[in-house]
Design a protein around this ligand. Structure first.
Ligand code: NZQ
Ligand code: ZN
Length: 387
């Protein structure tokens, strides 16, 4: 197991009606609020009215930034920063899914940076501090509610970039599973694939001695496999929504990756698909993951695939490692299919035109992953196999 510094600072208020803690929590950090949300789902589910009522009752003035797109854009971040400066905002409250939360994080960090916030995304400037952030989560997927990461797109440049800084970790997140009852089937499926991918990115590691982290990872994968389909069949099944929601946060908050290598493989590839074609993040991951698995399966990795097959999919440990590994990859793909997710790039209208560009962009900082590092050429092969 590698050395690690443990810090997961976000306070979680989990369960039904935990929104009652909202005003008390905000008051610990600020008094003039920017309320950030997406295309209006929070109004349809009555969450907007509830949140506004708590803010108003507690004399917490707020200003609004609405219309954050899925795959949030840097333009929206710029608008949010202007609002914060104009109204002397001192707290950013995000209500929504990962896109809304990510947008709020970069607004909070960009507030303290004089020049263009895209500089922070591309590493041209470093974050020094950020306004405090709180979240109310409405979609179990990204884990942004409990991590310090934000992913922002710049459509004009075909770029989608992820970046992290401790100052962007939410101070608190309210996780009420009932707010996810209205998440459409498609996004429930994509969210489940995203959670699983976050787990797999650290599960497939050369640090097999980080035994505890791997077994915890398997538990989260099994939770997704059990409850993802159930939440799709029964959208208002509290147990299913609750388990997916907590899995979303635990998958990426550091718990599973402590003591392991940190470089990811499928996510950087997917971010290029979203950058060029604006597809749903979890859908891209469901397409890429089985192809990546098949590509990196070799003598150096097969034992981890065997663990995965036996412990997650219940395959027979007596069979030889390659047989179990190949069956595990097939099970993974079949599971995504059972959720109604596509398995090919063409199914999401991606042809071979930009594969080379995307492969180069995904590897512009060097090979991806440490489990089995992959170069631009490797990524291109994976993308071709996914066509
Ligand atoms: O915009 P609204 O109207 O809210 O609708 C959203 C959106 O259309 C809808 N939705 C959310 N909650 C709902 C709901 N509809 C009905 N009922 C509800 N309760 O769902 C749609 C998708 O929302 P979005 O926030 O885009 O989804 P998600 O949470 O999957 O976030 C995806 C973004 O997060 C990034 C992705 O790349 C992508 O840009 N990621 C962020 C990460 C992080 N910060 O750690 C890590 C991830 O790997 C990921 O890259
Ligand atoms: Zn993801």
């Amino acid at each position: 197991m590698l050395n690690f510094d443990y810090s997961i600072p976000t306070k979680i208020f989990f369960g039904q009606d935990q929104i009652q803690k909202l005003a008390d929590q905000i008051s610990q950090y600020g008094s003039r609020i920017l309320l950030v949300y997406g295309g209006g789902s929070i109004k349809k589910i009555g969450l907007y009215d509830k949140a506004v009522a708590f803010l108003t009752e507690n004399n917490l003035p707020f200003w609004e930034l609405s219309g954050v797109d899925p795959n949030p854009r840097i333009e929206t971040v710029r608008t949010g920063i202007d609002l914060c400066r104009k109204h002397q905002i001192d707290f950013v409250l995000a209500i929504g899914g990962g896109s809304t939360i990510d947008c709020a994080k970069v607004i909070a960090a960009g507030f303290y940076y004089e020049a263009d916030p895209w500089d922070l995304m591309i590493g041209k400037a470093q974050i020094e501090k950020a306004l405090p952030i709180g979240t109310i989560l409405t979609l179990a997927a990204t884990g942004s509610e409990m991590d310090p990461i934000a992913v922002i797109s710049n459509p004009h440049a075909n770029q989608k970039i992820g970046m992290g800084h401790p100052a962007m970790a939410p101070k608190f997140s309210i996780l009420d599973p009932t707010y996810t009852y209205t998440v459409p089937k498609h996004h429930t499926a994509a969210g489940t694939a995203d959670i699983m991918s976050h787990v797999l990115e650290s599960y497939f590691s050369n640090q097999r001695s980080a035994y505890l982290q791997s077994r915890m990872a398997e538990a989260i994968l099994k939770t997704c496999i059990k409850y993802g389909p159930l939440a799709m069949e029964e959208p208002e099944n509290y147990e299913a929504r609750a388990n997916l929601m907590w899995a979303s946060s635990l998958a990426i908050n550091g718990l599973l990756s402590y003591g392991k290598e940190r470089k990811w493989s499928c996510h950087p590839i997917e971010h290029e698909l979203s950058a060029y074609y604006d597809i749903t993040h979890g859908v891209g991951l469901a397409i890429i993951t089985p192809h990546w698995m098949s590509y990196v399966l070799d003598d150096s990795t097969v034992e981890v695939f065997k663990d995965y097959g036996v412990n997650v999919w219940g395959l027979n440990p007596q069979e030889d490692a390659y047989t179990v590994a190949r069956k595990a990859v097939a099970k993974t793909k079949a599971f995504f299919v059972s959720l109604g997710l596509p398995t090919t790039l063409r199914a999401v209208n991606i042809d071979d035109e930009n594969l080379g560009l995307m492969a180069n962009a995904a590897t512009k900082h060097g090979p991806l992953g440490e489990f089995r590092p992959i170069s631009a050429q490797d990524v291109l092969q994976i993308l071709k196999s996914a066509l």
